[in-house]
Design a protein around this ligand. Structure first.
Ligand SMILES: Cc1cc2nc3c(=O)[nH]c(=O)nc-3n(C[C@H](O)[C@H](O)[C@H](O)COP(=O)(O)OP(=O)(O)OC[C@H]3O[C@@H](n4cnc5c(N)ncnc54)[C@H](O)[C@@H]3O)c2cc1C
Length: 283
């Protein structure tokens, strides 16, 4: 028989309480939808966990005229509902509403999606890259703000001593879209994701998830589309530019090989630009 392990669970009511538990070695437990599968990945479940859902500031979405603040404990379902109809956030809403399945979306949180280490297929990551989100962390030394790109790249180190508390977004996009390619044999996880956004000067932001281990902006394509100006927001032309500027190194996985993830990007860009053109801000 396996030896029994004493486990502890803390439902923190304040951030101070949550940080005190972290200092004692507790891991954050959000919706648990990723963590519950740790044993399948050969990772032991943590002996101590701290839940954040009782901390009011981390469970709400604040929508102001020029910015939005999303608590890390907000679920995908709540996020999708809160931002439904908000101009410029169509892509983020599609990411929240399209990830996983309704049961998972009701419990899986924004923080959990961004903090599941080694999870390359997180839908919210490219959608938030396009929003140029700022991630707020509470660390042992105090609060810290970080651009989402840097957060995603450094999260292994950062999360050893921190809790993600909030995500800050400017409201500077006029339209956005989120296109994902799920595959049945990939357990319906997206094997490639393209998120796109356009600001009021028609400058395009594009991010790709699931193709490489960490989601990132597609700056080569963004620059090519900027140079193309008028024709750039044409779906066919955008797909041609995507083919020309495809600098991704697809990751091999049991669900899909790297070359396939890379190769599907131009058609996803084409669908993304077509979706952008249909949104209220650009129509
Ligand atoms: C069947 C299935 C299908 C799925 N399909 C998709 C999909 O299509 N698209 C997609 O994006 N995802 C998909 N997922 C993954 C899912 O989105 C993640 O499991 C989920 O987002 C994790 O969130 P959670 O709140 O459950 O996190 P948890 O499982 O509670 O935590 C995940 C990790 O993040 C850490 N963590 C959580 N919150 C914080 C915080 N605030 N600060 C610091 N660390 C924190 C935890 O310690 C843990 O290490 C799927 C999952 C399942 C089970």
């Amino acid at each position: 028989m396996a030896p029994s392990v004493d486990r502890s669970f803390t439902a923190a009511s304040t951030l101070e309480e949550a940080m005190a538990a972290r200092r004692q070695g507790a891991a954050v437990l959000a919706g648990g939808t990723w963590m519950m599968r740790d044993p399948r990945r050969g990772v032991d479940l943590p002996e101590a966990v701290v839940a954040l859902h009782r901390i009011p500031a981390l469970s709400k979405v604040e929508i102001e005229p020029d910015h939005v603040v999303i608590g890390a404990a907000v679920t995908h379902a709540v996020l999708g509902r809160a931002l439904h109809g908000a101009v410029g956030f169509e892509g983020l809403v599609a990411a929240a509403d399209g990830a996983a399945n309704p049961g998972i979306r009701r419990v899986a949180t924004v923080g959990g999606n961004l903090c599941a280490l080694d999870f390359a297929a997180a839908d919210l990551a490219p959608a938030l890259l396009v929003c140029e989100a700022t991630v707020e962390l509470e660390t042992f030394e105090g609060p810290k703000l970080l651009g989402i790109s840097d957060f995603l790249k450094d999260r292994h180190t950062l999360l050893a001593e921190a809790i993600v508390t909030r995500i800050h977004l400017r409201r500077d996009l006029v339209a956005s879209a989120h296109i994902r390619l799920p595959l049945r044999k990939a357990g319906d996880y997206p094997v490639a994701i393209v998120s796109l956004g356009v600001d009021k000067d028609k400058r395009c932001r594009i991010a790709v998830g699931s193709v490489e281990p960490v989601a990132r902006r597609w700056t080569g394509l963004e620059q090519a589309m900027r140079a193309g100006q008028a024709s750039a927001l044409d779906p066919e032309r955008a797909a041609e530019l995507a083919l020309e500027h495809n600098d991704f190194q697809g990751r091999d996985g049991k669900e899909a090989e790297g070359w396939y993830r890379r190769q599907v990007l131009p058609p996803l860009v084409k669908r993304g630009v077509a979706a952008l053109l249909k949104t209220g801000g650009l129509a």
